[in-house]
Ligand binder design. Structure first.
Ligand code: HEC
Length: 124
C-alpha cells in the first residue's frame, strides 16, 4: 500500500514537472499574432513586423548580447519586452513566465525559416 502510494506520488510529481517545463508553440503563435499581448494599444502584433521571421536575425538564439533601438540588452526576453512596450504600446510581460517561454518557442520555429530573415533581406 505504502509503496503504491509513493509510486503514484512520484508519477504525479514527474507529470507536474513535465507540464511546468513544457512549452506550447501553438500558444506562442497566438501570442505572436495578438495585438493585445502585454495589453498592446497600437493594434500591432509581433507578426505585423516579424511575420515569418522577418527582421529577426538568424543568430538570434545564439547571441549573448543584444542591441535593440540602440539599447544594450542582456537577454532575448528583455528585447522582446522592448518590442511589447514600444511598437505594441503595451506593458512588459514576466520575462520568466509561461507566455514568454511560449512566445520564444514559437519564434525559434520562425528563425529556422531562412526565407524571411534579416540577413537574407539585406543581401538583396
Ligand atoms: C512596428 C514594428 C514592430 C513590431 C510590431 C514588433 N517589432 Fe520587434 N523589431 C522591430 C524592429 C524595427 C526591430 C529592429 C530594431 C533594432 O535593430 O534596433 C525589431 C527587433 C526585434 C528583435 C531583435 C531581432 C534581432 O535580430 O536583433 C526581436 C527578438 C523582436 N523584435 C521581437 C518582437 C516581438 C516578440 C514582437 C511582438 C511583441 C515585436 N518584435 C514586435 C519592429 C517591430
Amino acid at each position: 500500500m505504502k509503496k503504491e502510494f509513493i509510486l503514484v506520488a512520484a508519477l504525479m510529481m514527474t507529470g507536474g514537472l513535465t507540464l511546468a517545463y513544457a512549452v506550447n508553440v501553438d500558444k506562442g503563435k497566438t501570442l505572436f499574432e495578438s495585438p493585445s499581448l502585454g495589453g498592446g494599444t497600437t493594434g500591432k502584433s509581433c507578426s505585423t513586423c516579424h511575420e515569418g521571421g522577418k527582421n529577426l536575425g538568424s543568430d538570434l538564439f545564439e547571441r549573448k548580447q543584444f542591441t535593440i533601438m540602440k539599447m544594450d540588452k542582456k537577454s532575448l526576453a528583455e528585447v522582446i519586452n522592448i518590442c511589447i512596450e514600444k511598437p505594441l504600446g503595451g506593458a512588459a510581460i514576466d520575462s520568466q513566465g509561461q507566455d514568454m517561454k511560449d512566445l520564444i518557442a514559437y519564434m525559434k520555429t520562425l528563425v529556422g525559416n531562412q526565407a524571411g530573415n534579416k540577413e537574407n533581406a539585406e543581401k538583396k
